[in-house]
Design a protein around this ligand. Structure first.
Ligand SMILES: Nc1ncnc2c1ncn2[C@@H]1O[C@H](COP(=O)(O)OP(=O)(O)O)[C@@H](O)[C@H]1O
Ligand SMILES: [Mg+2]
Length: 242
């Protein structure tokens, strides 16, 4: 359960995130949709405790983001797009294990979870090979395993499919849907209406740091008679003219 309350982040003169509030229930995928520079990454980095808010807070399973960042951190799994940042000289297993250690997991539990994830993601053939020469898709699987090895109940995805080929994108999308099945609360950011429509229960549209729409897909479709891509361009484009 994620409750974002009046969250803000100001960088010098820029209000990157400007007083946003929304909730995500367990088993729900909320799509955070916005153009480049809208404030998606800043929002997710604050929820992930990687960046301090300049205003407001969030409650993650009841833990306060500002007052209990360590507790919040233990509830959260993160998969951010772009370079996945694995250690090339370590094996896939060692990379995942290292992350489990950072989350204070005991060895036995970490080993058990890694075994499960290896089967689930089909990593048997390469789990004990160094990741340096892995394909993008293989690295993506290791990054997925790493994001969830501590069994977090909240998952944050920041444009996780950016730059991926179709096969790797589908692996990530299936993973997001499996998180929903396991009753996790999920925020998924994207600038693609199509992808958001495919995965999300609800959409929060963010523009210049502010929420301009928060609605279920069905309600959005009804409100704007169907064509969501057009709606997005219209909402965001319209705001630019103000
Ligand atoms: N560390 C930073 N210092 C200054 N400005 C930043 C920093 N990070 C992001 N911004 C600015 O905040 C705004 C929102 O950025 P970001 O959250 O990355 O947007 P998005 O992920 O939606 O593309 C942009 O105007 C960006 O230039
Ligand atoms: Mg971003």
């Amino acid at each position: 359960m994620i409750e974002i309350k009046n969250l803000s982040k100001e960088f010098k003169n820029i209000k990157a995130v400007d007083d946003i509030s929304f909730k995500v229930s367990n088993g729900e995928i909320v799509g955070l949709l916005g153009e480049n520079g809208a404030g998606k990454t800043t929002t997710l980095r604050m929820i992930a405790t990687m960046l301090k808010p300049t205003g407001g807070t969030a409650a993650i399973n009841g833990f306060d983001l500002v007052k209990e960042p360590d507790m919040v951190r233990s509830q959260i799994g993160i998969l951010f797009g772009g370079e996945v940042g694995l250690y090339d000289r370590l094996t896939a297993r060692e990379n995942i294990k290292y992350f489990a250690d950072l989350n204070n997991m005991d060895d036995k539990e970490a080993d058990k979870n890694i075994k499960e994830l290896t089967e689930l993601l089909g990593m048997e053939e390469f789990i004990d090979r160094r990741v340096g020469k892995f394909s993008r898709g293989m690295k993506q699987k290791v990054a997925i395993a790493r994001s969830i090895v501590h069994k977090p109940s909240v998952m944050l995805f920041d444009e996780p499919t950016i730059g991926l080929d179709v096969t790797s994108s589908v692996i990530v999308q299936d993973f997001i849907l499996s998180c929903k099945k396991n009753n996790r609360a999920i925020i998924f950011s994207s600038h693609s209406m199509q992808e958001v429509e495919k995965l999300c229960d609800r959409i929060v549209i963010i523009h210049k740091g502010k929420i301009i729409e928060d609605s279920t897909i069905e309600d959005l479709k009804e409100k704007y008679s169907g064509n969501l891509e057009e709606v997005f361009v219209r909402l965001v484009g319209g705001k630019d003219e103000l």
